[in-house]
Design a binder for this molecule. Structure first.
Ligand code: GLU
Length: 391
């Protein structure tokens, strides 16, 4: 059997693979500490579940009409973006999608022609380069300096931009590094990006999960020009502990949103209808559970970071957002006799029973990603095992 080249060349999502493997081991009775999953360990808040259940009971179980999202969901997204991100959109500039990942896929499918370059800062979320390739684009990865917590500066960005560049992908707070660009840092990047005829896909799925007073801004909010060229992607998954609901959204220029909507009519036919009702409740209802979860993540993130940097030979950017630490472990590789992060993660899982995602999946082989969307007890147990393993 000969499968299509696009699938043969496609890497499976490493984050989902590690998460599934750890879950399998746990189901087999093996005592694994999993730092793999990029998903909150909290339950979806009750009032949101109730809204989903009520929507099913009320019969909202048919196609989403229109496929680009029910009007109430689009209005809720406009309200959220105005309230929290100082971004003013009208419902025709919004699409509701079956996950943030799907929104990214629709953005790239709508903008990228074969050979167009997609600039992706490293470390990057595992799916961006693969989606870029799937739609015929050429992913161009560029790493910031470790001393700048991998954040790109205009000097890092300029050499990779050209008239072949069609899209720049920004993720702040970052998955996997946990670092967040300040509004000034974003403005500096925007000044460089404005010199080119390109779009920016700003994935802001962690925008509510920022810590220690870190300022966080939407890229589209930094200037009128940024707004005109940005597609802001988000989802309810991380903020509201709704990863399994697969409900995301995007906002941007109406022409791009229309193209994405057209594609959606020929793919998923839209996000699940009753989940869109739950999204309305999530975005417009009681926000207290978000703050409770944020404070808990902040505590866990600080703790994981402190324990990681106390291990000899381990360096790590301080997480100011999202729920990941991304330590540089390369100094331990030679001692352990491993060639890179894949082998490191494999051995750590087999011998110390701790699941982490190898850094190579995010473009930096000297690192591993550890999610702190795990209980304090699990974080302590996992770090104790890692410490002992690296001794
Ligand atoms: N975004 C999460 C992560 O990075 C969930 C898994 C995925 O879709 O990659 O772990």
């Amino acid at each position: 059997m000969k499968l299509a080249e696009r699938v043969r060349n496609l890497a499976e999502s490493a984050t989902l693979a590690v998460t599934a493997k750890a879950a399998r081991m746990k189901a087999d009775g093996i005592d694994v500490v999993s730092f793999g999953a990029g998903e909150p360990d909290f339950d979806t808040p009750q009032h949101i579940k109730d809204a989903g259940i009520a929507a099913i009971q009320a019969g909202h179980t048919k196609y989403s009409k229109p496929a680009s999202g029910i009007p109430a969901a689009k209005r809720a997204v406009c309200e959220k973006l105005a309230r929290e991100n100082s971004l003013h959109y009208t419902p025709n500039q919004v699409i509701i999608t079956a996950s943030g990942k799907m929104a990214c896929y629709l953005v790239m499918s709508s903008l990228i022609d074969p050979g167009d370059e997609v600039i992706i800062p490293a470390p990057y979320w595992v799916s961006y380069p693969e989606i870029a390739k799937l739609v015929g684009g050429v992913p161009v990865t560029v790493a910031g300096r470790e001393s700048n917590d991998f954040k790109l500066t205009p000097a890092d960005l300029k050499p990779v931009l050209s008239n072949r560049t069609k899209l720049f992908v920004l993720t702040s707070p970052s998955n996997p590094s946990g670092v967040t660009y300040s509004p000034d840092e974003l403005r500096a990047l925007a000044d460089v990006l404005h010199e080119y005829d390109l779009f920016v896909m700003s994935d802001e799925i962690y925008d509510r999960l920022v810590y220690d007073g870190q300022e966080c801004s939407s890229y589209a909010a930094v200037s009128e020009q940024a707004y005109a060229h940005a597609i802001t992607v988000n989802a309810v998954s991380k903020t509201y502990a709704m990863t399994g609901w697969r409900t995301g959204y995007a906002a941007g220029p109406a022409e791009v949103i229309n193209a994405m909507s057209k594609l959606q009519t020929q793919s998923t036919s839209g996000a699940v209808t009753f989940n869109q009702h739950a999204l309305v409740e999530a975005l417009t209802g009681d926000q207290a559970p978000v703050e409770q979860m944020r404070l808990e993540f902040q505590k866990r993130g600080r703790h994981m970071y402190e324990r990681l940097i106390a291990i000899p030979g381990v360096r790590c950017p301080k997480p100011t957002g999202a729920f990941y630490c991304f330590p540089n472990l390369s100094e331990t590789y030679s001692k352990l006799g491993v060639a890179g992060s894949l082998e490191f993660a494999e051995l750590l899982l087999e011998e110390a029973r701790v699941a982490v995602v190898p850094g190579i999946a995010f473009g930096l082989d000297g690192h591993a990603r550890l999610s702190f969307a795990a209980s304090m007890e699990q974080i302590d147990e996992g770090l104790t095992r890692i410490e002992a393993y690296l001794k």
